[in-house]
Design a protein around this ligand. Structure first.
Ligand code: FAD
Length: 289
């Protein structure tokens, strides 16, 4: 097996195009355990972490750009990002131990395509876009269009995610991500729920986004929950309607972490709680725009 560490995006794209058996990696916190478990190793491993653009985090008038291979610890230590999107940062901060945090990335979390990936619902509710590059060009798609099933992505051979673009949230917007795991830490989500809400001066909800993880083969947006919240004051009836929509959107598996009935019930509970936290944050903030 060859190990290559390009220093530019163009060089990485060229290496991937030259060897169809090659595979990119960032922290390798999914890749190495999978190879040790017997998954066939690629002929060439292309390390993305030596490319400055892939490990950079920046904010400008047009929004945030987060390099796809940026170690999660650089997100949790970024006070400006935490102030604007605390839910996204908390989701990144849930991934593994301190050691895992210092290596793992949003790009790896997304492209590993686990239905339970913690950062994905949080990226989706914040409208994150993935910038995808290959030898033949660049395209930008919503994060929810990257995964197509467990372990499957819409990336073509030779394509990789360079960075995530996220607009500054509008004023009076808050986000939140909650997950349930069977242990206190270092486990895979039974259910994950992301929420983002925007309030007007009277506390009425003017925009909402809800996304669930670990309840279907890919992350699930819940438009019926979003519709139930918009125009309401996030009162009991609206929260219950959103929870009911979240339960209805679930198509989970039965496994040792939870039955279908349990996962479906928890999806409703976490959706309500995430909306409540997001709305408390929205009421306190003027957003980053
Ligand atoms: C002890 C432990 C605890 C963990 N806890 C959690 C947890 O709580 N929550 C959670 O969600 N995950 C958890 N994980 C899984 C893992 O840490 C995360 O999914 C992490 O974000 C993966 O990032 P990475 O950079 O290490 O990915 P890598 O292992 O480098 O890559 C993962 C996959 O994505 C591909 N890939 C990586 N970067 C790109 C890119 N830029 N473009 C295209 N493809 C790419 C690789 O080819 C590979 O197939 C845990 C793992 C361990 C070992």
């Amino acid at each position: 097996m060859k190990y290559l560490a390009p220093s530019t995006v163009e060089e990485a794209a060229g290496l991937l195009a030259a060897d169809p058996g090659s595979q990119v990696f960032a922290g390798a916190t999914d890749l190495v355990p999978q190879m040790r478990a017997g998954r066939p190793a690629p002929s060439t491993l292309v390390d993305l972490k030596k490319i400055e653009r892939l490990v950079s985090v920046s904010s400008s008038d047009s929004g945030w750009v987060i390099g796809a291979a940026t170690p999660n610890v650089r997100l949790t230590e970024n006070d400006a990002l935490s102030a604007e999107m605390p839910g996204l940062v908390e989701a990144a901060g849930l991934i593994g131990s301190d050691q895992v945090q210092s290596r793992s990335s949003l790009g790896g979390n997304l492209c590993n395509a686990s239905p339970a990936a913690d950062s994905v619902p949080a990226m989706v509710v914040n409208g994150a876009r993935a910038v995808i590059v290959s030898d033949s060009g660049t395209r930008t798609i919503p994060v929810e269009e990257v995964t197509t099933g467990p372990g499957q992505t819409s990336l073509a051979p030779g394509e990789f995610v360079v960075e995530f673009e996220i607009d500054h949230p509008p004023a009076n917007t808050g986000d939140a991500y909650l997950r349930l795991i069977p242990r206190t830490e270092m486990d895979i989500a039974v259910v994950g729920a992301g929420a983002r809400v925007t309030l007007d001066a009277n506390g009425q909800c003017t925009a909402a986004t809800i996304a669930l993880g670990a309840v279907a083969p890919t992350v699930v947006r819940v438009p019926d929950a979003e519709a139930a919240l918009v125009g309401s004051n996030l009162d009991e009836a609206a929260l219950e309607a959103a929870a009911e929509a979240a339960r209805a959107a679930c198509n989970p598996i039965d496994d040792k972490r939870g039955t279908i009935a349990y996962r479906t019930h928890v999806a409703g509970v976490l959706t309500r709680r995430a909306i409540t936290i997001a709305s408390e944050r929205a009421a306190r903030t003027n957003g980053g725009a």
